[in-house]
Design a protein around this ligand. Structure first.
Ligand code: DAH
Length: 346
């Protein structure tokens, strides 16, 4: 039996060394040392051996089995490595080739201009405030001197939310302007103030090239002692000259907004024709830009500020319109339309 075991070992080692594929190796393993393999077969004869021989053969068979198992393991590893290497050789995979191009996004033109506006006003000592887009009727209208019966409400029809907040604040609305943040800031900080409020606003509009239901505005205001319209003119001329990178002249005309008295319309000199008159300025030399005025005393009072001690001016312009002017965009609906063919141009 000893010879049988040694012969098996020899034959098996030879077969292992000849195996050239993993599947092949597995077959050999089953054949020699598998549960129903040759080794098992030989060991069936152990029961007929003498008591003295049994442990000797038992020990030898264990040794043979362990040795062969180690050999199978080593060969399997060698074959696996060889097969992998072969595969890699055939594959034309070059790990130095750069991956697919991931296109990074970029800042939306609206946000680009908003950032610039914020930077310029910050440099003049203005703080930047934010306010809720779902605003109460009080902050959006009443507190700004636009009571429910006021005809100015017609121009700013909006989306109302059914339930009333409370008696003072009325219903909730999608804010039609960023002006309500005037009141919120006055209530929170008191005078003096220098503030701008860029933000999203809404109107109930039939959309066309120059109207959208959602657009962006910048409200600005200043409250201090002895403040006049000259300060407004100076700040705006400075702001626009910095924004456009050339000297801009500002013109003011009388206008009407319920929350200012006197109210103003502000135009700036046409950048395209330098004031000579062209298509952009409708041959007037001036571009209509914003509403403004001295803050109405009712508004100061509503904000908890004593109008006898403090004065201020306010203005509001369309950030969306500014972006359109800057890039010569002739349809407002493109701005928030989300069409990448449009957006990727900026
Ligand atoms: N909130 C006004 C609008 O949406 C714009 C405006 C006009 C704001 C005059 C002002 C102002 O602060 O003084 O039409």
């Amino acid at each position: 039996m000893k010879e049988q075991l040694l012969a098996l070992k020899k034959a098996c080692l030879e077969a292992i060394s000849k195996a050239d594929r993993l599947s092949n190796l597995q077959e050999i393993e089953v054949k020699y040392i598998g549960r129903k393999g040759e080794l098992t077969n030989i060991l069936r004869g152990v029961k007929d051996l003498s008591d003295a021989e049994k442990p000797v053969i038992g020990k030898l068979s264990n040794e043979v089995k362990n040795e062969l198992e180690a050999e199978f393991k080593a060969k399997a590893h060698a074959l696996e490595t060889a097969e992998l290497n072969n595969k890699l050789k055939d594959d034309t995979f070059d790990i130095t080739v750069p991956g697919p191009d991931v296109k990074p996004g970029h800042i939306h033109p609206l946000s680009q201009v908003q950032n610039e506006v914020e930077k310029i006003f910050s440099s003049m000592g203005f703080m930047i405030m934010d306010g809720p887009e779902v605003e109460s009727e009080y902050y959006n209208f009443e507190g700004l001197n636009i009571p429910a019966w006021h005809p100015a409400r017609d121009m700013q029809d909006t989306f109302f939310i059914k339930d009333k907040k409370d008696k003072k604040h009325g219903r909730m609305v999608l804010r039609t302007q960023t002006s309500p943040v005037q009141l919120r800031t006055m209530e929170k900080y008191g005078a003096p103030l220098r503030v701008i409020v860029p933000g999203r606003t809404f109107r109930y509009e039939a959309t066309d090239v120059s109207h959208d239901t959602t657009f962006y505005q910048v409200e600005g205001f200043m409250i201090d002692k002895d403040i006049s319209i000259s300060h407004l003119k100076g700040v705006l001329a400075q702001f626009l000259s910095k924004l456009f990178g050339k000297e801009v002249t500002v013109r003011i005309r009388p206008g009407y907004f319920p929350f200012v008295e006197p109210g103003l319309e502000v135009d700036f000199s046409c950048l395209l024709c330098g004031g000579k008159g062209c298509r952009v300025c409708k041959h007037t030399g001036w571009v209509e830009f914003m509403g403004a005025g001295m803050i109405h005393e009712n508004v100061l009072k509503a904000g908890g500020i004593d109008p006898k001690k403090w004065q201020g001016w306010a203005f509001g312009f369309g950030l969306t319109r500014l972006v359109m002017m800057r890039h010569g965009i002739d349809d407002i609906r493109l701005i928030l339309g989300g069409d990448l063919r449009f957006i990727n141009q900026f």
